[in-house]
Ligand binder design. Structure first.
Ligand code: SF4
Ligand code: SF4
Length: 418
């Protein structure tokens, strides 16, 4: 029976692949990545330097894969990883990194630092060093299919209430539908206007679509936690319902990590190609706009800006589509300084928002977003990720900036259909 420390170290060893080796052997220690990280910039604490967050993995790589490391270990000169290291890095990695990948954009030798941090999480998670909120979210996702513990009946109740209150029709479990729309639990509980908006938009565009009551969750607690086994298990459920319904395209909801997980990471996590196409809801909306199937009124008068969710814009590549839609809706769309692929994270990504312990830190790093917004004097802040939306609302409230309204782009599109 291995100890948590042994499990953590063994898992870290198993994470060293060719990319990891090439990254660590290329790092010059220049520190450029530090200036791209909101956690380092807002705290000034060198422990939040991106590359420092990868230290447990670097240590394992060095000791196992370099001559000097092997010699040092053999001569007893290299201190092995201790449980206290894992405990320290749990805080650095889960509280002090939103997996925004901004650091990866600036590294002069092309190191994807977020890729390395994700692998550190695998080791910490295997050793049980995971914040309580994320641990519970993972357990609920496994048991109920939702990190918030929502059940099939919860979804059915929410849909019945929406159909009654909003007078819309929301198809569920329709075999052979063109699109299967996945949801995040946030969209069932907090932002159900997203579901209503889908109904209005798809009805206007003449699209056949469905939700699945058996498994509706697009978010993936395994990815947030750093548990590839759990991530794959949750993804298998998506594949199962899409296959059962005979759907050819899955629509990822307004959630950043859900999108990159299903669209980009799934084949690697599952070890095979997906039997369907994946699009983000903004890609589909922009496609419908371009095809003339979605006519927008362009009557939004207020000055607004767009917060790029890191996983949708920077990592996911959905950059032009929201801008096409916003420019169609209003002449008053203004960009934040440093937007698009170099946007600043809201501070709540990568599971940070599910981690109560991290609250003071994430509100501190929100200062970057606050300054960006103050420079624009906008009344509306649009985004396309429910997790960002929660963090943005929390940050604005904390800074007495509630006069800035946060809305989802899908909802804005639905409100301005011709
Ligand atoms: S910017 Fe790249 S090379 Fe420089 S310290 Fe960071 S990871 Fe290493
Ligand atoms: S991924 Fe983002 S939050 Fe994490 S270390 Fe890099 S810049 Fe900082």
């Amino acid at each position: 029976m291995s100890t948590p420390l042994e499990r953590g170290v063994e898992t870290l060893k198993s994470q060293v692949d060719a990319r990891v080796e090439s990254y660590f052997s290329s790092c010059t220690g220049c520190g450029v990545c530090a200036e791209a990280c909101l956690f380092y910039l807002e705290t000034g604490d060198p422990r939040y330097t991106p590359i420092y967050k990868t230290e447990p993995l670097r240590k394992v790589w060095k000791n196992e894969h370099t001559l000097w490391g092997k010699l040092s270990t053999g001569l007893g000169l290299s201190k092995p990883i201790q449980e206290s290291d894992l405990s320290d890095w749990e805080e650095l990695v889960y509280d002090g990194c939103s997996m925004c990948s901004r650091c990866s954009m600036v590294c002069p030798v092309g190191i994807d630092i977020a890729y390395l941090i994700r692998k550190v999480k695998e080791g910490l998670s295997a050793a049980g060093f995971v914040p309580e909120g994320l641990q519970r979210a993972g357990e609920r996702a496994l048991e109920f299919g939702s990190p918030m513990g929502l059940t099939t009946q919860s979804l059915r109740n929410a849909i019945a209430a929406l159909e009654k209150e909003e007078g819309v029709s929301i198809p569920v479990d329709v075999g052979g539908a063109e699109y299967l729309c996945m949801l995040s639990s946030n969209e069932v509980v907090l932002y159900s206007e997203y579901i209503t908006s889908l109904s209005k938009i798809f009805s206007a565009a003449g699209i056949s679509w469905t939700l699945s009551s058996k498994y509706f969750e697009a978010t993936n607690a395994g990815v947030q936690k750093g548990d590839s086994g759990l991530a794959a298990q949750l993804l298998e459920r998506v594949v199962e319902v899409a296959t059962e319904l005979g759907v050819k395209t899955i629509v990822s909801p307004e959630c950043g990590h859900a999108y990159i997980t299903i669209r980009w990471d799934a084949p690697n996590l599952l070890g095979r190609e997906l039997p369907f196409r994946v699009v983000h809801i903004l890609e589909l909306l922009d496609q419908l706009r371009a095809e003339g199937r979605l006519i927008l009124s362009g009557s939004f008068d207020e000055r607004l800006t767009y917060h790029d969710p890191c996983n949708i814009s920077r990592r996911g590549g959905v950059l032009a589509q929201p801008r096409h839609l916003l420019n169609q809706l209003t002449p008053n769309f203004v960009e934040m300084h440093e937007s698009g692929e170099m946007n600043w994270c809201c501070g709540g990504g990568g599971g940070v928002s599910s981690n109560e312990r991290a609250e003071p830190l994430r509100l501190k790093v929100f200062n970057i977003k606050k300054r960006q917004l103050e420079a624009l004097n906008v009344s509306t802040l649009v985004t396309a990720c429910s997790n960002c939306r929660i963090m943005l609302e929390e940050g604005l409230e904390h800074n007495d900036m509630e006069d800035v309204e946060v809305v989802g782009l899908t909802e804005l599109v639905a409100e301005h259909l011709e």
